[in-house]
Write a protein that binds this ligand. Structure first.
Ligand SMILES: NC(=O)c1ccc[n+]([C@@H]2O[C@H](COP(=O)([O-])OP(=O)(O)OC[C@H]3O[C@@H](n4cnc5c(N)ncnc54)[C@H](O)[C@@H]3O)[C@@H](O)[C@H]2O)c1
Length: 445
């Protein structure tokens, strides 16, 4: 049986050694199960000044049947603090006086969500400083929390207040289990924000295309989007037709075998979705490869193939997919932490994934894309337990697993849940952003 640090420190003798030596012990994370309540207990909500977003949060939570805790002495499963009215760093003392005590009563796998406004909209330098301070606060809380807790910041631009519910629900729920230390940006929505009839089926009636869906993270994306109500078109290379058909059939979707680098890939996706499903609303560009080598030794083929599959193919396919995607649709790209932090032996891969992040921001601002009300976002996974990472040598793998605030690797479903979040019509105020799904990995932080 393969050695696992997480398994060892949670075993009898391992637990004893870990607590005496002060070693990190990974907690089983709270993940989403359809039908379960949004949170498994009371939520503490507070704010500075008139705190308009806190009022909204209370409304959402009451509507979801969640108990509100008004004093920090009650045991809570989440704490939400509205700092949208902060005028200067002096106002931040409420983080210490209000959130500080609440953290003492926060249950394992608890959630901390801080709400603020973007620095860009500050009226003066002091307010800009106070607003930017929230990032340092949230990232530090993420590192202080134990027991699988997460902390995230939501920056809500003026005019986007009504779009908060989708992001709030995502962050409080088990869907965001492996997302911590992140900043979520809500701007003026590109199309009307629509809450689903059922928050357990936020993609009901939608058609989603997922590339690289035959295995790994892509298969998890396909099954998560299907679980949430979407009909999924699963795309992968012809050599993976067997597993691809299995994934598609198990989800009641359809399979399309093609290489994303072929010149007609976009056209074939459009034709397939139109003839089989009447079009498509969501595209997830997940297909990706690695061909690692130090830059000094890399050959032309390793260099070009990674850039072509991971980045070039998306640019080419989007020329056909963007005009064909439904109005108000969603494009989600899969980047990587390597595209943020860089990685030894992965110059080609890091280039492709950093390019994906840049492309995401640029395409979101494209006038055609905005006019169609289409959102474009990316996820940057950290260490995710897949066939790919299982092949990494033991020592490197254990370091990869532990170098984050949650002291464990993420699961493919964690990446899939964040992709699903980007695809909700309730989240049309979120575009051009990249969210890391990395358990607050120390690399590139
Ligand atoms: N596993 C991780 O820890 C991790 C971390 C960061 C980013 N990622 C990214 O997540 C995505 C999925 O990774 P994974 O770990 O599931 O990898 P994987 O190798 O298990 O799966 C990738 C899938 O993409 C398909 N694919 C490759 N080239 C293709 C092409 N030209 N046309 C169509 N399909 C093609 C493969 O056949 C495979 O089914 C990739 O973009 C990867 O870079 C993974």
């Amino acid at each position: 049986m393969a050695f696992s640090y997480g398994g060892f420190v949670n075993s009898g003798v391992g637990k004893f050694l870990a607590s005496n030596l002060g070693l990190p012990r990974p907690t089983r994370l709270r993940r989403h199960t359809p039908g379960e309540s949004l949170v498994p207990g009371a939520v503490f909500v507070d704010g500075f000044g008139e705190a308009p977003l806190a009022a909204q949060v209370r409304g959402v939570l009451e509507g979801a049947g969640v108990q509100l805790a008004t004093v920090p002495s009650t045991s809570v499963v989440a704490a939400v603090l509205d700092l949208s009215k902060v005028r200067s760093p002096a106002d931040l003392d409420i983080v210490r006086t209000s959130l500080g005590p609440a953290l003492k009563t926060l249950a394992p796998t608890g959630r901390v969500v801080i709400l603020g406004r973007p620095v860009a909209g500050a009226v003066d330098v002091a307010q800009a400083a106070g607003r930017r301070a929230l990032e340092g606060i949230v990232r530090s809380i993420g590192k202080e929390l134990r027991g699988g807790g997460t902390a995230n910041l939501v920056l809500v631009a003026e005019g986007a207040d009504d779009a908060l519910e989708g992001t709030l629900r995502f962050l409080l729920s088990g869907r965001s289990a492996y997302v911590s230390g992140q900043v979520f940006h809500l701007a003026e929505p590109v199309a009307p924000v629509q809450a689903p009839a059922d928050w357990d089926a936020p993609l009901a009636g939608k058609v989603a295309v997922v590339t690289g869906a035959a295995r790994g993270i892509g298969a998890a994306i396909a099954s998560t989007l299907a679980r949430d109500g979407a009909t999924v078109v699963c795309v992968d290379v012809p050599s993976a037709s067997g597993p691809l058909a299995e994934v598609a059939n198990s989800l009641g979707g359809s399979a399309l075998a093609l290489d994303v680098t072929s010149a007609d890939a976009g056209t074939r996706i459009v034709e397939h979705t139109q003839s089989r499903h009447g079009g498509f609303d969501i595209v997830v560009h997940n297909a990706g490869i690695t061909r690692d080598k130090l830059l000094a030794n890399i050959d032309a083929d390793r260099w070009a193939s990674v850039l072509e599959v991971n980045l070039g193919s998306i640019l080419v396919m989007n020329q056909v997919l963007v005009p064909a995607i439904a109005e108000g649709g969603h494009i989600v790209n899969v980047a990587s932490i390597a595209g943020i932090a860089g990685n030894r032996g992965q110059t080609n891969y890091a280039a492709s994934k950093a390019g994906v992040i840049g492309m995401t921001a640029a395409l979101a601002q494209d006038p055609t894309v905005r006019a169609k009300g289409v959102t474009v976002n990316a996820v940057a996974p950290g260490f995710i337990e897949t066939e790919m990472t299982a092949k990494v040598p033991l020592a490197t793998r254990e370091v990869g697993r532990l170098m984050n605030s949650l002291s464990q690797g993420g699961l493919p479903v964690d990446v899939a849940e964040t992709i699903g979040y980007f695809a909700w019509d309730a989240n049309r105020a979120v575009t051009g952003t990249t969210v890391r799904v990395c358990g607050q990995m120390l690399l590139g932080a």
